[in-house]
Design a binder for this molecule. Structure first.
Ligand SMILES: Cc1cc2nc3c(=O)[nH]c(=O)nc-3n(C[C@H](O)[C@H](O)[C@H](O)COP(=O)(O)O)c2cc1C
Length: 199
């Protein structure tokens, strides 16, 4: 499908068929998400994938009535990673393995180290969350490209999610994506025209 058509036809799907999505399809979706762009290519995200009903039910209680959390096939919890020393090391190792020249590798390391060190912890979290939202765009369009329905969600309590999922303190649940086979067409597409977007 042409990209514009895909974006035009994708809708947030909140009702799913009672059918599990194959793990291979979820893996493909994760690959699409992992291809997302990020500042200095730091990829400061981690994703928790939940398909067991008991955990989905527990997580539902930490949302603001988001029923799709417990009725979807798989729930993706997109987390912002704030552990910049580890993020920078990981990128540097990946660059080394990919044969990136030492001077380029060092430049990326220095820039990422200086930039992250110049920020407060709150700013670092915000920086990571900005990248997570880029990944979110690919998650919802990617799900649709694979024949899946998906719904992004922020109506949840991040601290409770972190506790239920036993996440380390550097990972902050930022946005959820419920995924499954659609049982509804999704709401009508309503967007402002380009003339309204321009300032
Ligand atoms: C960052 C973000 C957070 C959202 N949070 C929720 C949510 O908590 N619950 C929900 O039902 N939909 C949520 N949505 C879905 C939006 O309501 C939906 O994308 C919007 O109304 C446009 O509809 P469409 O996705 O069908 O085009 C969210 C969307 C985004 C991008």
């Amino acid at each position: 499908m042409e990209f514009k058509e895909l974006v035009k036809n994708r809708r947030s799907v909140r009702q799913y068929q009672n059918m599990l999505v194959r793990e291979a399809t979820i893996h493909e979706l994760l690959e699409i998400i992992g291809l997302s762009v990020s500042a200095i290519n730091l990829q400061p995200w981690k994703i928790k994938v939940i398909s067991d009903q008991e955990t989905k039910d527990k997580l539902f209680s930490a949302t603001f009535g988001m029923n799709q959390v417990r009725t979807c096939s798989h729930l993706l919890v997109l987390c912002a990673d704030t552990d910049y020393p580890a993020i920078i090391d990981r990128l540097s190792r990946a660059q080394l393995a990919a044969g990136v020249p030492d001077d380029m590798r060092q430049r990326a390391r220095d820039m990422a180290t200086d930039l992250s060190a110049s920020m407060s912890p709150e700013q670092r979290l915000q920086w990571s969350q900005q990248q997570v939202y880029i990944a979110l765009g690919n998650a919802i369009n990617g799900a649709y490209s694979l024949g899946l329905g998906a719904c992004p969600m922020t109506a949840f309590k991040p601290a409770e999610f972190a506790q239920i999922l036993g996440l380390p303190s550097n990972l902050v649940p930022t946005v959820l994506v419920s995924v499954g086979y659609s049982a509804e067409p999704g709401p009508q597409k309503l967007r402002h025209p380009v003339s309204d977007i321009l300032v």
